[in-house]
Design a protein around this ligand. Sequence first.
Ligand SMILES: O=C(O)CCC(=O)C(=O)O
Ligand SMILES: [Fe+2]
Ligand SMILES: [Zn+2]
Length: 395
Amino acid sequence: MSVTASSPQTQPDTRQPRQAMGELSAHDDGPALVEAVATGARITVDWADGVRSHFPLLWLRDHCACAVCRHPLTRERLFVPLQEIDAAPAVAIDDGVLRIDWVDGHESRFDPVWLRQRRLDAPDSTPDPLPQRRAWADDFRPARIAHHDFMRTRGEREWLEALLRDGLVLLEDGPLADEEVSRLAGRIGPLRATNFGARFDVRSKPNPNNAAYTSIGLALHTDLPNWRQPPDIQLLYCLQNEAEGGESTFADGFAVAEALRESDPEAFRRLAETPIDFRFQDEDHDIAVRAPIIQLDAAGRPLEIRFNNWIRDTLRLPLDQVDAWYAAYRRFWQLLHDPRYQLEFALAPGEMVAFDNRRVLHGRKAFDPNTGKRHLQGTYLDLDLLESRLRVLAR
Ligand SMILES: O=C(O)CCC(=O)C(=O)O
Ligand SMILES: [Fe+2]
Ligand SMILES: [Zn+2]
C-alpha cells in the first residue's frame, strides 16, 4: 500500500494532500499527466498510460489544498462549496502537476498520483489499507499472534488485519499480569466503558448481575445488544483456566445469517425485519433498545447481529407474528450452534481472544469452580479506533 500516493508529503489518506504552492514535484509512483483541458463544466485529463478522466470544476475547486482552502496546521477543509463555477479556468501541466488558474485569480495545484487515485469514473479507486471482511470457511482457524510480536508494530498490524478481516484473532504467550488486557487495548485506543465498567473480571462471583459472572455454560451471544451502539470489539484475556470445562465457543454471525438466508429465506427476512426488545436491569441501570436480530445494510448484507437470550425482553409483537418469530429464532439458534459453524477451543493462561462483537457470537461451556480457578479479564474497543490504528501503522 503506497501511502505517499495520498500526498506529496506525509498526509493521512483521509485528508487532502499538502498541496501548498511550490510544495509539489513530479511523482514517479504513478503515470504522469500528459494533457489537461477545460471542457464545459469539467476538466479532462490524460495520463501517460492512455487513461482519460473527467473532474467537475466545482469538485476540483472544493479539493484545492492550498493554505487558504485547507488550514495549514490542522489540514482540515476551510473552503465551502456554495458557489457554482461556470467560467472555465486556465489549465496547464506545470512541472508534472495539474495547475488551475481560476477566473477569480485563485490558483490550485493537484498532484497527479493523488488525482489518479481519486478518479470519479473509476469506482473504489481511493487507497485504503483496511482488509475486506472474509466469511469463515469450514476449516477456518484464527490467526495467532505472539505477544512479543504484537508489541512490535508488525505483529500489531497483523493482529489488526486479522481482526478486521476474520472478526476474530488470538494473541498468545502473553504475561500473566493483572490489567495486561488494558495495556494491550490502550495501544489501540481508549477503552470503551459500559455499565460493567471499562474493564471487567469474568469469574464466578458471589452476587452475579450477569450470566458471565457465574459458572454456567453460556450459549452463543453478542454482548450488550440492549445498547443502541453495542461495543464493537471485545477482548478477553485469560489469566487462569484450571477449572474443568470453560472452553470458549464462537460463530461467525454474518456467515450463519447468510446460511439462514439460503436455507430459510422466510426466517431470515423475519429476523431482519422485526425489531424486538432487549433490556438489562439491575439496581443501578435499566438499558433498553428495540432492534432486529439481524440488521442489514443498504445493500441487504448483514451489518450487525444482536443475539443474547438472557436480555431479550418481553416479546411485544402482533399476535399473528409471534409463532413465526419464534420459529425463525429457533432456526437461527440451531444453525448458530451447528458444529459446522462453531469454533471451540480452550483459552490458555496468557492468551487473549479479540472479536468483533457485532459480527461474531461468543459463548463458553460450563465449568466446575470446585476443580480449579477460571479468570478472564475483558474490555471493549471501538472499531473506528482499530481502523484508525491500522491506517496509522500502514502510513
Ligand atoms: O467466560 C467466558 O468465556 C465469556 C464470558 C462472556 O460472555 C463475556 O465476558 O462477555
Ligand atoms: Fe459475553
Ligand atoms: Zn486553494
